[in-house]
Design a protein around this ligand. Structure first.
Ligand SMILES: Nc1ncnc2c1ncn2[C@@H]1O[C@H](COP(=O)(O)OP(=O)(O)OP(=O)(O)O)[C@@H](O)[C@H]1O
Ligand SMILES: [Mg+2]
Length: 386
């Protein structure tokens, strides 16, 4: 076993005989000692470092114990200092403790009284050193973390920038393609054969699908970087639901599904972001149509009381394949796709994630009630109205 280094004690006392006696006795009791009779010399020795404990007389000519102690602590803040003092100067000893001495011992003293004080002080010294080491490690880790964070932040910013620029760059030509397809479909480029009409219809549908994908990716980038901004305005829910139904009617009809609104006659007006709510409802209704083969889809508007005030609920109800309990837990993650694989064509699994994030931003949430084989009901609840 390796022997621990002996604790190193610096003894300073202007009474040379007493200093020497103390050094010798401590040396016999497992301490490594060095003695000086003047503060100035002691300080020089302290500058070289390596001491654990300073044992200094209080009253000394030139530099007194308090001045020495202060200078010593300035050199090594973890040094432990003990002041030796006569009975008449206890008040000054207290002052010494206020400037950083750990303890004081009264002269004349017995070794049996001094040793426990020294050992206590050395235990404090060890604690201080351990603490300093810990602090250094924490500091080093913090610096590493900060550097890694800064790196991540940079990567994030360039990813955001890339996403924003790319989606813009992609949308511009795509809108031109869609515009020209529309123009040709309207017959502005001349009469079209049925075959040409059909092909143009495919170009248009694919282009629109691509546009919605690009928009989803842009929204994803905005939401993930916390830069999604909402623009609340008064929105009449009935009119909004009618718009959602109008935009998806063709899709539902193509699958032989009904798509209806079930709404109260009294106008429900919410102060919210119209585009976001529209997008959520289109995503939910689109899913409902996609995952339903027979029956239909209904969008129901209702009002109720929430924990903190009135709530407006819009539910998209389908008679489709339904979702198992296990899958329900995974649905709202980005790029999550569950259920049968053959139904997942043409989708990315972003719709529900984005919808739930948007609903959150709007102060609301999306809940799900579904049973395999019986259909699903996705409900957006938003605060307000009534
Ligand atoms: N009404 C529903 N009935 C049954 N399953 C659904 C329904 N809505 C969503 N799902 C399931 O949840 C998954 C995630 O839906 P989400 O809208 O996020 O993605 P997606 O429709 O596959 O793709 P995207 O919306 O990005 O085009 C879907 O793949 C589907 O398995
Ligand atoms: Mg979807």
């Amino acid at each position: 076993m390796q022997a621990l280094p002996l604790p190193k004690v610096l003894v300073v006392d202007d009474e040379r005989a007493q200093m020497n006696a103390l050094c010798d006795t401590l040396g016999d009791h497992g301490f490594q000692t060095l003695g000086f009779s003047a503060g100035g010399q002691a300080l020089e020795a302290l500058k070289a470092g390596g001491f654990d404990l300073l044992l200094a007389d209080l009253m000394m000519p030139e530099m007194d114990g308090i001045a020495l102690l202060q200078a010593a602590l300035a050199l090594d803040a973890n040094l432990v200092c003990i002041i030796m003092t006569g009975n008449g100067t206890i008040a000054t000893a207290v002052e010494a403790m206020q400037v950083g001495a750990l303890d004081y011992i009264l002269k004349p003293f017995k070794l049996s009284a001094v040793l426990p004080v020294l050992n206590r002080a050395l235990a404090v010294r060890k604690l201080r050193l351990d603490n300093a080491k810990l602090q250094q490690r924490v500091q080093a880790h913090t610096e590493e973390l900060e550097a890694a964070n800064a790196e991540l932040e940079r990567a994030h910013r360039s990813k955001d920038h890339f996403m924003a620029t790319m989606s813009h760059e992609l949308r511009t030509p795509l809108n031109a393609v869609l515009g020209y397809a529309d123009m040709l479909l309207l017959g502005l480029g001349g009469t079209l054969t049925a075959e040409q009409q059909k092909h143009l219809g495919v170009i248009k549908a694919s282009g629109e699908h691509m546009l919605s994908l690009i928009n989803d990716l842009l929204d994803l980038a905005r939401i993930e970087s916390g830069r999604m901004e909402l623009n609340p305005e008064p929105v009449v829910c009935q009119a909004l639901v009618d718009d959602v139904i109008a935009s998806l009617q063709v899709l539902a009809a193509a699958k032989g599904l009904s798509l209806d609104g079930r709404m109260p006659a009294t106008e429900v007006c919410l102060y919210t972001d119209r585009r976001a709510l529209f997008q959520i409802l289109v995503n939910l209704a689109n899913n409902a149509i996609k995952y339903t083969d027979a029956g239909g889809v209904a969008i129901e508007l209702s009002q109720g009381a929430g924990e903190t005030g009135p709530l407006t609920r819009i539910s998209v109800v389908d008679t489709g394949v339904g979702i198992t309990r296990e899958d329900q837990a995974k649905l709202f993650a980005a790029f999550a796709q569950v259920g049968k694989r053959d139904r997942r064509t043409e989708s990315t699994g972003l719709g529900l994630y984005l919808s739930a994030e948007l609903a959150n931003l709007m102060g609301g949430r999306i809940t799900l009630d579904s049973e395999p084989g019986r259909g699903s009901t996705f409900t957006v609840s938003l605060p307000g109205a009534a």
